[in-house]
Design a protein around this ligand. Structure first.
Ligand code: FMN
Length: 192
């Protein structure tokens, strides 16, 4: 059965933000090409310092078995065990310098985060769930980007339609079923 985890919030938030969470169980259904391009179109409309758009992506569909397995092989074993069932895997990276003058771009990671969140919320609007992963081999992943362009891989992401947690082993099922929690606003916010 599909497992939807909607937390209780104190204040009203957009349903796309409310419904998003990071699952490990994916339903075996492909994502259409149109939807995939919509995800990256959404990413492209993020704000970025000097409109540099420093984000770079490598995306591989599960159907492309050989390349897909190469992305799975970049992941740490604890991530690979469930992420191999995603419909789409991607590596997101950044160029750390402005293309106009080669100066360091201190906002590059920030701007990749904006693009990734656009992509994630666009996916959520299609009922496609996303799970970001920092647990992967950065050197291996860098090999997917143009070596001359100094692109730094930042995180990988598994995407797919929501699956049944009973497809996971016991430990992962427990994580999948655990409630979601967040800090109180007062821990990170001062309204003056
Ligand atoms: C930069 C980053 C790295 C992450 N790395 C991993 C990872 O390697 N494996 C994993 O299972 N989840 C990973 N996550 C997912 C977080 O654990 C998850 O977002 C967090 O626990 C909050 O849960 P939620 O996304 O379901 O709200 C990562 C998330 C981010 C943003």
């Amino acid at each position: 059965m599909k497992h939807i985890k909607i937390p209780a919030t104190k204040f009203e938030i957009n349903p796309l933000i409310l419904n998003r969470w990071s699952p490990r169980a994916f339903f075996q259904k492909a994502i259409s090409q149109d939807k995939i391009f919509s995800l990256f179109e959404a990413a492209s409309w993020a704000a970025s310092a000097m409109n540099e758009q420093p984000w770079r992506y490598v995306a591989v569909l599960k159907e492309n078995e050989g390349e897909f397995q190469k992305l799975v092989d970049c992941l740490t074993p604890v991530n690979a065990v469930w992420a191999k069932n995603a419909a789409l895997l991607l590596i997101s990276g950044v160029t750390m310098h402005y293309s106009s003058n080669q100066k360091p771009n201190a906002s590059a990671l920030h701007d990749l985060g904006l693009a990734n969140q656009n992509l994630i919320l666009q996916a959520q609007s299609f009922d496609i769930y996303t799970h970001i992963m920092g647990g992967f081999d950065k050197d291996k992943a860098a090999g997917f980007f143009d070596a001359d362009k100094n692109i730094v891989p930042v995180c990988m992401m598994a995407l797919g339609y929501l699956g049944d947690p009973s497809s996971l082993d016991e430990t992962l099922q427990q994580r999948e079923n655990s409630p979601r929690s967040r800090r109180e606003l007062s821990e990170f916010l001062q309204v003056l």
